[in-house]
Design a protein around this ligand. Structure first.
Ligand SMILES: C[S@@+](CC[C@H](N)C(=O)[O-])C[C@H]1O[C@@H](n2cnc3c(N)ncnc32)[C@H](O)[C@@H]1O
Length: 285
């Protein structure tokens, strides 16, 4: 890598199938060319500084500062007001109430970001990867992704509400993005709010580039929907429980190119309060 003339980071994709040039290397897994370009020293330094965002206290401080600026001072809070027929019960009201209390919503993203950034062709191309977080709720999750080395300008969020310039307001069942827009999508603990999971997953495939990575996190539920409603005192999310990775991805199984990480939870795990189900795979289409 050393000795190559340094250049500013490019926003171009590493999962495209553009005409090869000397800086592109053929990647056999997704049958496309990846960029092997150097970034400038300054960009490298900024990325090293970004790593401080992996320290939770720093992340929360930055998140809180930006929340005060955008939500309280500039009053940029927006809420989804479109077609809500695919949203599970109380999804909008429940999550909207949490907006100011969720600056610390930044823990579970590690379960998705770690396996994603361990994939070698992602790891070498992090600054170029255009990344979407579906349902980040607040900026903490996006700041954590920056901590892992994704460029801040390439990180986008999509949620039903937002105060942040980096989080678009929209519905995961009809995303406001053109086809093949992203190299990586993380969707953490959001699919459970969908009453039309096949549509949400089809949208993720649509906006991912061929060879792009999809990381999904969900929770194992021992309780039925009805038991959950009695337990919490209110109805929330989809009636359709998810308890296994293969059930989650069944609607898009023909679009899965490679599995990189699979973690299931069982009834025994649930009793030990371990509930996370995580799947990371690449997409073909
Ligand atoms: C439980 S939070 C998950 C927060 C974070 N990703 C985590 O893993 O802790 C679910 C988020 O998904 C959002 N959400 C639910 N349904 C959605 C939809 N149809 N489109 C976009 N976002 C949605 C909610 O507003 C909420 O912010």
């Amino acid at each position: 890598m050393s000795g190559t003339k340094s250049r500013a980071p490019r926003k171009s994709s590493w999962s495209g199938t553009d005409t090869p040039n000397p800086k592109h290397v053929f990647h056999p897994i997704f049958e496309g060319f990846i960029h092997m370009e150097q970034t400038s020293k300054l960009a490298g330094l900024v990325r090293r500084l970004q790593q401080f965002l992996l320290v939770r206290e720093i992340r929360i401080a930055v998140s809180a500062f930006r929340y005060v600026l955008y939500a309280l001072i500039l009053r940029r809070v927006r809420r989804f007001s479109g077609d809500d027929r695919n949203l599970g019960a109380n999804t909008l009201d429940y999550n909207f109430k949490k907006i100011g209390k969720s600056l610390h919503v930044d823990n579970r993203i590690h379960m998705l970001a770690r396996p994603v950034t361990a994939i070698s062709y992602v790891a070498t191309q992090l600054p170029f990867a255009k990344t979407l977080s579906i349902g980040p709720r607040a900026e903490g999750e996006l700041l954590a992704l920056a901590g892992y080395g994704f460029s801040w300008s390439n990180i986008h969020g999509l949620d039903l509400f937002s105060y942040s310039p980096r989080i678009d307001v929209g519905d995961m069942h009809a995303m406001p993005y053109p086809d093949s827009s992203f190299d990586v999508i993380v969707c953490g603990w959001t699919l459970g709010y969908s009453d039309n999971r096949p549509k949400a997953l089809a949208e993720m495939v649509r906006v991912l580039k061929p060879g792009g990575i999809l990381a999904i996190g969900e929770s194992y539920h021992s309780k039925t929907y009805e038991e959950g409603a009695v337990y919490h005192g209110y109805e929330l999310g989809s009636r359709d429980r998810i308890n296994q990775l293969d059930e989650i991805v069944a609607p898009i199984k023909d679009n899965i190119l490679n599995w990189y990480f699979r973690q299931e939870a069982t009834e025994e795990d649930y009793r030990r309060e371990i509930t996370a189900i995580v799947g990371v795979f690449s997409i073909k289409k």
